[in-house]
Design a protein. Structure first.
Lengths: 490, 301
């Protein structure tokens, strides 16, 4: 490995890199010392003025999990936003835009004369800016787009120096003034006028293309805002404001829609892992009884001496899983996630039975069977399952009682029971004897609780009354915890 | 130490010569793996050209490709080396029959020598005199315990054989590991590698790929195909179309003599692009809905 270059000439970059890596660790990325050294070694082989290559060099050495890419990118943009072409070209690229595109030359000339930073935007009316925005998107003109986003931020974001907000507020203000939906509509109308015989497919493609361009523009605007914020408040402060939990640390209960999509994708490998865990236990377990025929057959190669005893493979026990999930309002977000988990489990295990409850309980296994589309299954669960008994407030006690009465006989020594819920019982009777009875019949009973451990047994939560009879009660608020639950299952 | 490549653009253009269109990230990581002498762990959805990358790098640098396909139950004797015990037995018997005076030590030294060693891909890769590209395919299929087999060779380019000692590499091979991410790889393995995530290509790259790989296709059609595929990938599908499926579709369209895709052609041939019935139904429905209607409604509301 190359020696570390610690000469004074290298140190500003080294220092910047160090700060960068510290921030990555703050954001939760596991960066080890070797990886740190690799990154330093890697950037020495990369021409420093090539921002993209620099970024990929750092990513290849520091980020070993694709789910962390976004977090990395955010930190990178903050730390290195003041370096690289976009920043250094702040004056010239406006003129580039003007000279390259001849169609819109008169408007751009005006823009080109504007200084990059501060003041001077009076030269451009609102209509002119809107027109330029429209044209930049219509022609997919990157330079003009960049110029427009710069002007837009300057004019609409209303950024005040020193104000400790993230970029979202400014982004919102800028976008509201640009009316991008109106622009999209206009672009589509225009395209339809130009090309009368567009069929549904091609219209769709056109729309996707325009939406894609608008997304690009939004990213440009975001980058512009970030650049200004970093210039105003410094790198560390900005990085701290923008820090977001990694996908595996996102709380199920408060996941945004976007985060939920990422979570959904992450569940699949997890259930495969769960299945692998259980299967592995079977394979590595005790060997089966002596296989006489096989032993004799193999003894022939040792001159009739049975030197190598052969064993039968043990018959694999098929794990049966029963999932009992609370889908009441208090755990709504978690429940959505739960149903995804159930669906994923279904595809991995042959025998999964699923039940949902609020104050009544219903079996929903058949909704998931042979269904290709999870959203349809969830919709059926939410509309068809009979889970309301009295008032639609969760009543674990009653739900468990009914479960025991109807399905209790199906719980056998091979059954693993997983209960998912926050154990908030609205001060009803707990009926924890049911859990005790199930526990005595089942192989194992696990309780997964989406609430933080410190909230347990506060208010109407009766975790410990039930958990006394469970093999384990786990706080499962995020993917990391779910993963460690699966890891430790064996 | 001489390097294989001079700079990133060179890697990129050389890869292009062997019909592999790399983006900046891919070329950059290949270049770095040569400079830092580190293996590359390539991850990403199926059918995005992970394995092909290793093959193309081998082809472009004129190196021999040695491939180790991983599977559950892969062990030392399949990955590293094995003693050729039948030959050892013969050797011992020959000794006894011919002369009968070989001492125990002599025979022991003799039968644990190179001659009786069966090299498996990993050992072969580092023993080779000529430049080699080692491809360890689908490394996520081996159990986490078996991963440890790879660690020594990945970090030090050497293999320790108890009876022989340590075999160090005659030349440092370029190593690519691919993973479909069916499970989390161990930290130890990841730490030793550069990480490269190959995602579905963006519009321009996909169009280029179609143009390079499908003969007799015109630019307009390839552009349209790339656009359709991009739109399809945005839908929430069980399995998004991979690059190879895109190419299959492109070839089909060329064979059918299509030069402009309309909704009907797309509906008729979409089963080449997608493999699940529910995905196909969803896509067909999406493409059939008239977008202009939706826009008018949304503008009213």
């Amino acid at each position: 490995m190359d020696k570390l270059d610690l000469t004074p000439t290298a140190s500003p970059l080294l220092e910047l890199l160090n700060g960068f890596i510290v921030e990555l660790r703050q954001a939760g990325l596991p960066v080890s010392l070797t990886e740190n050294l690799d990154a330093v070694a890697a950037v020495k082989h990369i021409p420093i003025e090539d921002r993209e290559a620099f970024k990929y060099a750092l990513a290849a050495t520091l980020v070993k999990n694709h789910a962390h890419w976004r977090a990395f990118e955010t930190v990178f943009e903050v730390y290195f936003s003041l370096r690289g072409e976009e920043y250094t070209l702040s004056g010239e690229d406006l003129e580039d835009a003007a000279s390259e595109d001849s169609v819109a030359s008169d408007n751009e000339q005006q823009l080109g004369q504007m200084p990059g930073q501060g003041g001077g935007q009076e030269g451009l009316t609102q209509e002119q800016l809107a027109e330029m925005l429209y044209r930049s998107l219509m022609n997919s003109d990157q330079n003009l787009m960049r110029a427009v986003s710069r002007v837009a931020v300057q004019r609409f974001a209303g950024m005040e120096p020193g104000r400790p907000v993230g970029g979202t507020y400014y982004l919102y203000r800028t976008l509201r003034n640009l009316d991008l939906e109106g622009v999209l509509e206009r672009m589509l109308k225009e395209a339809e006028l130009e090309n009368a015989e567009l069929d549904s497919l091609n219209r769709r493609l056109l729309k996707d293309e325009y939406e894609h361009r608008i997304e690009e523009l939004k990213k440009q605007i975001e980058a512009e805002i970030r650049r200004r914020l970093v210039a105003d408040r410094g790198v560390e402060a900005m990085a701290k404001t923008l820090r977001k939990p990694l996908p595996e640390d996102v709380d199920f209960m408060h996941a945004s829609r976007e985060e939920m999509v990422a979570l959904k994708r992450a569940i699949w490998p997890l259930t495969r892992k769960l299945a692998a865990r259980l299967a592995r236990k079977r394979r590595h377990g005790r060997k089966g009884p002596l296989d006489f025929r096989n032993t004799v057959r193999h003894s022939l190669s040792y001159g009739g001496v049975p030197a190598e005893p052969k064993f039968k493979f043990p018959k694999p026990a098929k794990p049966e899983i029963m999932v009992i999930a609370d889908i009441s309002g208090s755990v709504a977000a978690f429940a959505r996630f739960t149903l995804h988990l159930v669906y994923a489990l279904n595809s991995q295990f042959s025998k999964v039975r699923s039940f949902v409850f609020i104050d009544g309980i219903d079996e929903v296994t058949q909704y998931f069977e042979g269904v290709d589309d999870i959203t349809a299954a969830i919709h059926r669960v939410n509309t068809e399952a009979d889970v309301i008994w009295v008032d639609g407030h969760s009543d674990y006690g009653h739900a468990f009682e009914v479960f025991n009465e109807r399905y209790g006989k199906d719980v056998g020594p091979k059954t693993t029971v997983m209960i998912l819920g926050d154990a908030r019982n609205n001060y009803h009777a707990s009926q924890s004897w049911v859990i005790k009875e199930i526990e005595s019949k089942a192989r194992k009973v696990f309780w997964l609780n989406p609430e933080p451990r410190s909230y347990w047994d506060t208010g109407d939560s009766i975790v410990s009354e039930h958990s006394a009879y469970c093999e384990g009660t786990f706080e499962v608020r995020n993917l990391r915890q779910l993963e460690s639950f699966v890891e430790n299952l064996v | 130490m001489t390097y294989r490549f001079n700079d990133v653009p060179e890697v990129r253009s050389n890869l292009k010569k062997v019909s592999y269109l790399a983006d900046e990230g891919i070329a950059g990581v290949v270049y770095l793996s040569d400079r830092l002498q580190k293996p590359v762990l390539v991850e990403g959805p199926a059918g995005t050209g992970k394995t092909q990358l290793a093959k193309s790098v081998a082809e472009m640098s004129g190196a021999r490709l040695i491939r180790l396909q991983c599977y559950e139950g892969l062990d030392e004797s399949k990955a590293l080396y094995e003693w050729n015990y039948k030959k050892q037995l013969l050797r011992i018997q020959a000794e006894r029959n011919l002369t009968g005076d070989g001492s125990w030590e002599e025979i022991e030294d003799d039968i644990f020598s190179d001659e009786f060693l069966l090299t498996r891909p990993l050992l072969e890769a580092i023993q080779s005199e000529d430049p080699v590209v080692l491809l360890i395919d689908e490394v996520d299929r081996v159990e986490i315990e078996t991963e440890a087999l790879l660690l020594e060779i990945l970090s030090d380019y050497q293999v320790s054989i108890p009876e022989l000692g340590t075999v160090t590499a005659r030349q440092i091979p370029l190593v690519f590991l691919t993973s479909n991410n069916t499970r989390e790889l161990s930290e130890a393995l990841k730490r030793r590698c550069l990480f490269l995530h190959i995602d579905y290509p963006d519009l321009e790259r996909e169009r280029e790929i179609i143009l390079t790989k499908v003969p007799d296709i015109n630019e307009a059609l390839s552009d349209q195909i790339a656009r359709v595929v991009r739109s399809v990938r945005q839908l929430d599908l069980k399995k998004a179309p991979s690059v190879s499926e895109t190419l299959d579709w492109a070839r089909t369209l060329v064979h059918l003599g299509v030069d402009h895709i309309d909704a009907k052609t797309a509906t008729d041939t979409v089963n080449i692009l997608l493999k699940y019935r529910s995905d196909i139904e969803k896509t067909v429905k999406e493409f059939a809905t008239d977008e202009s209607l939706n826009i008018d409604q949304s503008s009213d509301g």
